[in-house]
Ligand binder design. Structure first.
Ligand code: URP
Ligand code: ZN
Ligand code: ZN
Length: 461
């Protein structure tokens, strides 16, 4: 059924106009004033509302065996939560362990998503080792439509790669024109600091950030940047959390290293005092890199505003408080890492960013949609509103006032890290390739509409 979105204020990364948007099939076909809806078309009145391109979360975990347990969401729950929050495309980290095959992992991750996702999806392909077999499997995976890899410089013994493997993966990425996304923390330093704290009897969740101070992240960034410089690979630092790490990345960029920078909504709105809450409540706020001193936040907001930081993601990694986070009651190193935020990213960016005067609407669209699409070979099909683009649209109501609560969220989780927080806006309608998926906070779409997005590498040379 054709769709007409009437009289909204269309906001893209670089333009603002009041117009109607007409969608046929799966794409936007016309934009203009006074467009007529043919009989049978669905019409959404967007008067008084913004219309944004569908948001893209460049860093989520849905299928995730991790720290002795499994992330709670499935594609069924996560894709609906994403859509209710305005996110229409997910880029998931496909993370086979060191002792697993890359290709087997890719097929397993794909099987969890195919036919089970309400929104479109793709993957960053995790490489936890680099031998001849892995190399040929990574080539095969790229030929199947993947244009980004993922490496961990952290998580010793699980996903982490050593320097020889890192050098090989970056070299292959350079040859294939693939972007390498990286978790940057020095795993040896983390391990030694954890041991020191535990030996001193320091076991509570607030010790997590003591074991991973900014220097540990900055060292990881510096390390990756040196390897990127000497291989010429295109890199992308995931979940950058603090000024010290940002300074390392920007210094590398100034000397010509190709690097994109992602921060997370959590680092923008939460600080380390949340992980210090008494009564083990702090475990809800344990993630890696950890929440930082609040003084870092203005550097991150300014970095987004000034275009130094390209994207804002969630690193959605959902673990229940009861039965999962509490595996670490006696030892903070056993608390599964992650602060789930998939559903809240856009409303928090709007409320704490745009409404608070830290960023403008175009920056919101750029960091949460357009730059993601450009970095990961999805633009202009995603991340834009123009004829020919997928009709993934977010009609956003700036007049909405509400409160975040676990009781009303769609993420499959027994807590919300933002319980009771006020939001000043939310999507009133969300479409996935021309079909309405969300109306006023409720999922009303096709639970299996989501498609795997094939991407072709574009970074050769
Ligand atoms: O704490 C986090 N970030 N959990 C998910 C795994 C990762 O490092 O991205
Ligand atoms: Zn990570
Ligand atoms: Zn992650």
């Amino acid at each position: 059924m054709p769709l007409l979105i009437r009289n909204g204020e269309i906001i893209t990364a670089d333009s603002r106009s009041r117009a109607d948007i007409y969608c046929e099939g799966e794409t936007v076909t016309r934009i203009g004033a006074g467009l007529e809806a043919p009989a049978g078309a669905q019409v959404i009145d967007a008067t008084g509302k913004y219309v944004f391109p569908g948001f893209i979360d460049p860093h989520v975990h849905i299928t995730l065996p991790f720290m002795g347990t499994f992330a709670k969401d499935t594609y069924d729950t996560a894709s609906k939560a994403a859509l209710v929050g305005g996110t229409t495309t997910l880029i998931e980290m496909c993370c086979p362990a060191k002792n697993e095959d890359a290709l087997g992992g890719f097929e397993h991750w794909m099987a969890q998503a195919q036919g089970r996702s309400a929104c479109d999806f793709t993957f960053h392909m995790g490489a936890a080792k680099f031998d001849a077999k892995t190399q040929s499997q990574l080539r095969e995976i790229v030929s199947r439509g993947i244009s980004s890899f993922k490496v961990f410089l952290a998580y010793k013994g699980a996903f982490g790669v050593d320097d020889t493997e890192l050098f090989g993966i970056l070299g292959l990425a350079r040859e294939l024109g693939v972007v390498v996304t990286a978790h940057c923390e020095n795993e040896t330093l983390v391990y030694e600091l954890q041991r020191r704290l535990l030996a001193a009897g320091k076991t509570d969740p607030g010790q997590h950030h003591e074991s991973r101070p900014p220097a540990v992240e900055a060292e990881g960034v510096h390390h990756l940047m040196t390897f990127a410089e000497l291989t010429g690979a295109h890199t992308y630092i995931v979940h950058l959390s603090c000024k010290r790490a940002l300074d390392e990345a920007l210094a590398a960029r100034r000397r010509g290293v190709r690097v994109g920078i992602e921060t997370l909504i959590q680092y923008l709105v939460l600080d380390k005092t949340w992980a210090e809450l008494p009564g083990f409540e702090g475990a809800k706020y344990v993630m890696s890199p950890p929440l930082r001193d609040a003084s870092n936040q203005e550097h991150l907001w300014n970095g987004i505003r000034d275009g130094l930081i390209q994207t804002v993601a969630t690193d959605h990694a959902p673990f229940d408080f009861k039965g999962q986070k509490d595996m670490g009651r006696a030892d903070f190193t056993k608390i599964p890492n992650g602060i789930p935020s998939l559903e809240e990213r856009i409303n928090l960016l709007y409320t704490r960013g745009v409404k608070a005067g830290r960023i403008d609407l175009h920056t919101l669209v750029n960091a949460a949609s357009t730059q993601v699409a450009k970095t990961f070979d999805l633009f202009p099909r995603k991340g834009s509103i123009q004829p020919g683009a997928d009709a993934d649209l977010v009609v956003y109501d700036p007049g909405y006032r509400g409160v975040i609560s676990q009781a009303t969220q769609h993420m499959n989780l027994d807590y919300s890290a933002f319980e009771g927080w006020k939001i000043e806006g939310r999507p009133s309608a969300v479409t996935v390739r021309g079909q309405v998926a969300v109306r006023d906070g409720a999922f009303v779409g096709d639970p299996a509409r989501g498609r795997f997005l094939k991407r072709a590498p574009s970074r050769a040379g």
